[in-house]
Write a protein that binds this ligand. Structure first.
Ligand code: UD1
Ligand code: UDP
Length: 389
């Protein structure tokens, strides 16, 4: 689907439903709102309720439409059906010039599908990430592959991600290496300097987040046990901002509640989370976004998963993919806390996810393709491959 050349402003519908989508589309919303060339319309799906709402202020524009689809223990099939239905109606009512989706969530997939059904072209931010394993992460690897079939613009954060798309047959002219907008937003929020770290002691500071569906249940309970043994060292403070998912809470709370060296907190808003990340010594996570943010702040990250779609951080030496076996996780964390040399190498490996100007590239490319670029500032040079491929 090609964009029609139209008169400005270009009406861009940004669809977002979860915490990371709000974080990563916030700079795009802000840039479009500040430009005379665009009229951004924000549609929130409500896939996440509390965790989305605590992020929305960062967009600096109110949502045009708020769907409210979240249900306790929502199933993927019903969530998907409700969202295709709800978003289809919104796209028909608003008739945007394009729909922008981010990443690989159910909200992103259904936003792309709803746009496709109404012949509206789709821009995909953070395109081309792949593990190569269809059901890991579940269901995100399928979601991102499907969005890759639908999108007209593929904004890939790294050259490797762009390579995945062209290898799948996406025309090179539709793939743009931009960097990841998460870096843009992280730099923006840190500049404000108003965040408060959740750590409360001078012990070694370990930040932990866990939420992935494929880790839930027994696996996550065992990971909780490993964290408790890490806390038993006595010289660490573990901060665990707990995802709202009941399945995550059931797995982690029994193991960790009440431990004097574990501070369990509700999900932090982004300004406090980034201050907490900036103030930690070590990160243990199965999050996608945190794998990108930690290297930007020089924080070694242990990735508690068996696959990653972000191997750039591992190859750069900033992160280690340690899997989900409790003993291996424990040993890897102990090693990093005790071996200053290994720690130092990881902490200085650098960030392969962009220069903080991804949004500028995205917005400039869209302006050009809609024929609205006459008055637009020039885009920064595309990112070049600085990491191993
Ligand atoms: C979703 C995304 C995942 C992303 C994650 C970010 C899909 C399939 N998965 O996973 O890619 O990494 O968001 O966090 O799109 N809940 C609340 N309040 C909230 C948010 C969630 O109560 O604010 C509960 C709901 O009951 C829900 C459960 O958490 O049933 C899980 O939420 P869901 O969006 O289905 O999956 P996530 O694991 O959050
Ligand atoms: N995050 C946050 N508060 C928290 C935990 C995480 O603001 O309490 C941010 C984090 O900085 C990152 C994003 O949420 O940008 C990651 O979200 P999540 O791990 O839920 O999703 P994923 O990135 O795995 O899709």
């Amino acid at each position: 689907m090609s964009p029609n050349v139209i008169t400005t402003p270009v009406r861009a519908m940004l669809v977002l439903g979860t915490r990371p989508e709000a974080i990563k589309l916030a700079p795009v919303a802000r840039a479009m709102a500040a430009s005379p060339l665009f009229e951004p319309l924000v549609v929130t799906t409500g896939q996440h309720r509390e965790m989305l709402h605590q992020m929305l202020q960062m967009l600096q524009i109110p949502a045009t439409v708020e769907l409210d689809v979240m249900r306790e223990r929502q199933e993927l099939s019903t969530l998907t059906a409700r969202l295709v239905d709800g978003l289809g109606e919104v796209v028909r009512a608003e008739r945007p010039d394009l729909v922008v989706v981010q990443g690989d969530t159910t909200s992103a997939l259904t936003g792309a599908l709803a746009a496709f059904y109404e012949h509206v072209p789709v821009a995909h931010v953070e395109a081309g990430l792949r593990t190569g394993v269809l059901d890991n992460p579940f269901p995100e690897e399928l979601n991102r592959r499907l969005i890759g079939r639908i999108a007209r613009w593929h904004f890939a954060p790294t050259p490797r991600a762009a390579g995945h798309l062209t290898a799948e047959g996406v025309p090179e002219a539709e793939v743009f290496v931009t960097g990841n907008t998460v870096i843009d937003n992280l730099l923006w929020i840190l500049q404000q300097g108003t965040g408060r770290s959740a750590f409360r002691s001078d012990l070694r500071r370990v930040l932990v987040t866990l939420h992935r569906r494929e880790n839930q249940g027994e696996k996550m309970r065992a990971m909780g046990k490993a964290l408790r043994r890490l806390a038993d060292r006595g010289d660490v403070e573990i901060v665990l901002p707990l995802h709202k998912s009941p399945a995550v809470r059931e797995a982690l709370l029994p193991e960790l509640t009440g431990h004097p060296h574990v501070r369990i907190v509700e999900p932090l808003d982004y300004v406090d989370f980034s201050a907490t990340l900036a103030g930690c010594d070590l990160v243990l996570t199965d999050s996608g976004g945190i794998q990108e943010e930690a290297p930007s702040l020089g924080k070694p990250a242990l990735v508690l998963r068996t696959t990653t779609e972000r191997p750039e951080a591992v190859e750069a030496g900033a992160a280690r993919l340690v899997g989900t076996e409790p003993q291996v996780i424990l040993e890897a964390a102990m090693h990093l806390l005790d071996d200053a040399q290994t720690y130092g190498r990881m902490a200085t490996a650098g960030n392969p996810f962009g220069d903080g100007r991804a949004t500028e590239r995205i917005v400039a490319q869209l302006a050009e393709d809609f024929g609205a670029d006459a008055e637009a500032p020039a885009a920064p040079e595309p990112l070049v491959a600085t990491q191993p491929d």
